[in-house]
Design a protein around this ligand. Structure first.
Ligand code: AMP
Ligand code: GLY
Length: 421
């Protein structure tokens, strides 16, 4: 099966490594635009992944059997619609279905129609409305921009001044605001493959969103993750399938905008039970790095079945018993400021069968890898226990030198059972 992967992050690298690990031939995989690290595994070429006609023309000319869309930007730009119009199998929802991620008020409307549990929220068009919603829900205040904001759209603040000033920034840009009730509990990411009618759950993961240890500092794209989550109730996946994923997929189908691709359910599990805090229309980053690292079932066939309406007859995804941990290495200043490109060294010192590196902001210059963005790479480790997986991941990341870089030291700490040698 000839496969084109669109995107350039560690998520796309994880998808590619999982394709190869579960039976795809690396020669059959191409990535656009990819990055210097991904290019060590498959051919990468420069192409704007949001340009529908370029992607479609290239896929036809190169007889691509399946296009896998990694990030949200090509989805929102309608790249999957253009591919489908030319009868090319594509794993990624239509522009209309990707609105589940692109608009938080649309997602709330779908959830209300499908009776999916989520936090109460008020839509606001001006600051006076925001202020009265803040008073209604009380502190901590949750304020969300109602559109894609590159991971910077949400603030959870204890003081009203910060909440209002966050809202003002987006209102000034013409965006609507959602003020939501604060939901207390553990965050869980659960991914579902969907072919528009059926869903198949992958394994739950937990993402660490804040920049620094002990959940301090600003929100980021995600600084680490682990999977599975041993502390979840046994029926958790079944409950989310029946109360969240299936009703949402059915509602999207009823509206004439079937959701084909990956439904990312961002959940809070707390005293009020399970609540959806967000949907995304794509694999999460860095959760994908740990979820797909444990996959045994051929990924190409799972994604192709989703893309072609055949999930109902596909076999359930299987995962290995080992656990997976990923730690993200970020550039100096991330996420508040950006650093000039800097050399990454020490990678050749990592020689550990438990560990693989998924690259994100990495480019090759004169045969050396340079970090050229915020999240540079994810160190991914698998082992029998979380203690071992963490030990391997941290030993590996300590060997990498990147001036000014930082990473969290507490990823998966709460499930670390201590020394088990
Ligand atoms: P979102 O982009 O909607 O996932 O929000 C980003 C982050 O803000 C989430 O991962 C949570 O940590 C936090 N968050 C969002 N909504 C809520 C909420 N209603 N209550 C508490 N925390 C929230
Ligand atoms: N890890 C969060 C996201 O992918 O949106």
């Amino acid at each position: 099966m000839k496969i084109l992967v669109l995107g350039s992050g560690a998520r796309e690298h994880a998808i590619i490594k999982a394709l190869i690990r579960t039976g795809s031939d690396a020669q059959d995989i191409t990535c656009a635009p990819g990055n210097g690290g991904i290019a060590q595994d498959v051919t990468c070429f420069s192409l704007d992944p949001t340009n529908s006609s370029l992607v479609t023309d290239w896929s036809i000319a190169n007889k691509v059997d399946l296009v896998i869309i990694g990030p949200e930007a090509p989805l929102v730009a309608g790249v999957s619609d253009a591919l489908r119009a030319k009868e090319i199998a594509v794993f990624g929802p239509s522009q209309a279905a990707a609105m589940l991620e692109g608009s938080k008020s649309f997602a709330k409307e779908v959830m209300a129609a499908a009776d999916v549990p989520t936090g109460m929220a008020m839509e606001c068009d001006d600051l006076a409305q925001v202020e009265s919603a803040l008073v209604r829900f009380g502190s901590p205040y949750v304020v969300k921009a109602d559109g894609l904001a590159a991971g910077k759209g949400v603030i959870v603040a204890g003081d009203k001044i910060s909440a209002l000033s966050h809202a003002k920034g987006f209102i000034d840009k013409g965006m609507r605001i959602l003020v939501e009730e604060f939901l207390d509990g553990q965050e869980v990411s659960l991914f579902f493959l969907s072919d528009g009618k059926y869903v198949m759950p992958l394994a739950p993961a937990q993402d660490f969103k804040r920049a620094f240890d002990n959940d301090e500092g600003p929100n980021t794209g995600g600084m680490g993750a682990y999977s599975p989550l041993p502390w979840l109730p046994e029926d958790f996946v079944t409950e989310v399938t029946e109360r969240v994923a299936l009703p949402t997929i059915r509602e999207m189908e009823r509206r004439g905008t079937p959701f084909v691709g990956l439904l990312y359910c961002g959940l809070i599990v707390g005293s009020k039970g399970i609540r959806v805090i967000e949907f995304n229309a794509r694999f999460g980053d860095p959760e994908t790095q740990v979820v797909l690292r444990r996959l045994i079932t051929p990924l190409a066939s799972l994604l192709h079945s989703s893309a072609t309406g055949q999930l109902g007859s596909a076999s359930e995804p299987e995962f290995m018993d080992e656990v997976a941990v990923t730690v993200v290495l970020a550039s100096e200043g991330y996420p508040t400021s950006s650093a000039e490109p800097r050399v990454i060294s020490g990678l050749d010192q990592i020689d550990d069968e438990h560990v693989e590196i998924n690259f994100a902001a990495a480019e090759t210059r004169n045969a050396e890898l340079f970090a050229n963005g915020g999240r540079v790479l994810s160190v991914v480790s698998v082992a029998k226990t979380f203690h071992k997986a963490r030990k391997h991941a941290y030993k590996a990341i300590e060997k990498i030198s990147l001036s000014g870089s930082h990473y969290r030291t507490d990823i998966a700490q709460k499930v670390d059972e201590g020394d088990d040698d």
